[in-house]
Design a binder for this molecule. Structure first.
Ligand SMILES: CC(C)(COP(=O)(O)OP(=O)(O)OC[C@H]1O[C@@H](n2cnc3c(N)ncnc32)[C@H](O)[C@@H]1OP(=O)(O)O)[C@@H](O)C(=O)NCCC(=O)NCCS
Length: 313
């Protein structure tokens, strides 16, 4: 068995893994094989590879994708991406025939070391609250709960059409809004969450080349009663998934409930106009304003998730 990084020829195996071993997420997201394979191919175009190699050279990789291969077959995967203070782990999967042999533990250790050498103090991941084997694994290697969160879904988005227009205070997001909104988001978070996953303006603006890579159309709106932005939400559609996505909304404490709901409705209707069968988002428990706004336009909480973290030391 060898540990290495993902290659373009792994794409079909990887897709099979995600569809088979993440049934709950798959039911929400609905992976579109063609779009997914297109993204992986794009990732391996020589110019993208060159950028990634250069970033790695200056020790600023934007992601690492570790896999284990046995006799030419993909048997385990772990994706690592980076936020301001943490490495974020996802797609931890081991082929059933290879479980309980320490493969997941090995890949998580690679992720921990890669995060440490990138100068980030924490390793973070999300796990379905009902996924007992994965929770046992993470607990065993020192992860603790950072916060409870949940997937929310609105599965009749067409009912939101044509969507609100001309609501006073709602306007398109501008990059200059980001610092004020990040500060509002930060104030709403418990101190430990803010330490591990600090709110940053960059999180709101997104990086255009990541967006281009994920083949998604991305847009955002704010609620600004005239004194500056006080609420924000973004919406995205991707060729790799059936579902449309909203960000976890940022809702400042003085935003009227109807304004927050109109903001979320604007974003969900934008997705609906792109003919998605459902719209999903992941919202932490502490974001009470965001949850209320989502519920106000027909989103419901469907899958409880826990965000776990540990130090990389
Ligand atoms: C969760 C998963 C990745 C574990 O992979 P794995 O390679 O079997 O895990 P490891 O062998 O590295 O396990 C390390 C330790 O974690 C714990 N652990 C792992 N699987 C466990 C299980 N099914 N039940 C209880 N404890 C478990 C044990 O303490 C284990 O050590 P031990 O075997 O010496 O007792 C694998 O079961 C899987 O792919 N599941 C489906 C996809 C999934 O749910 N991924 C997690 C998404 S967040």
């Amino acid at each position: 068995m060898i540990v290495r990084e993902l290659r373009v020829r792994d794409a079909a195996d990887l897709l099979g893994f995600l569809q088979r071993y993440f049934p709950e997420e798959e039911a929400l997201l609905g992976t579109r094989p063609e779009g997914f394979l297109e993204i992986v191919r794009r990732l391996f175009r020589w110019d993208v590879r060159l950028v990634l190699a250069l970033l790695r050279l200056v020790r600023r990789p934007i992601f690492r994708f570790f896999v284990i291969e046995d006799g030419g077959r993909l048997v385990a995967t772990t994706l690592l991406t980076f936020s301001k203070a943490a490495g974020y782990v996802s797609m931890v999967v081991v082929d059933p025939a290879y479980r309980r042999r320490g493969l997941a533990r090995e890949l998580l250790d690679r992720a921990r070391r890669a995060t440490r050498s990138r100068g980030k103090p924490f390793l973070v991941l999300d796990v379905l609250a009902a996924n007992a084997p994965a929770r046992a694994l993470y607990e065993r290697i020192g992860f603790r709960t950072l916060r409870a969160t949940a997937y929310y879904v609105q599965d009749a988005p067409e009912s939101l059409l044509p969507g609100p227009t001309g609501i006073p205070g709602i306007r398109p997001f501008d990059r200059r809004d980001a610092p004020a909104l990040a500060a509002i988001a930060g104030r709403g978070r418990p101190p430990e969450v803010e330490r591990v996953l600090p709110s940053t303006p960059r999180e709101l603006t997104g990086s255009s080349w990541e967006g281009a890579l994920l083949a998604s159309e991305l847009t955002a709106w704010v609620y600004d009663p005239g004194s500056g932005p006080q609420a924000w939400v973004s919406a995205a559609v991707s060729r790799a998934t059936e579902a449309g996505h909203l960000s976890s909304p940022i809702v400042g404490p003085s935003v009227p409930a109807e304004a927050a709901a109109s903001l979320v409705r604007t974003a969900a209707a934008w997705c609906a106009a792109r003919r998605v069968p459902r719209v999903m988002t992941m919202v932490p428990e502490e974001n009470t304003g965001g949850r209320a706004a989502l519920e106000g336009v027909g989103f419901r909480s469907v899958i409880p998730v826990l965000t776990l973290y540990r130090s990389v030391a």
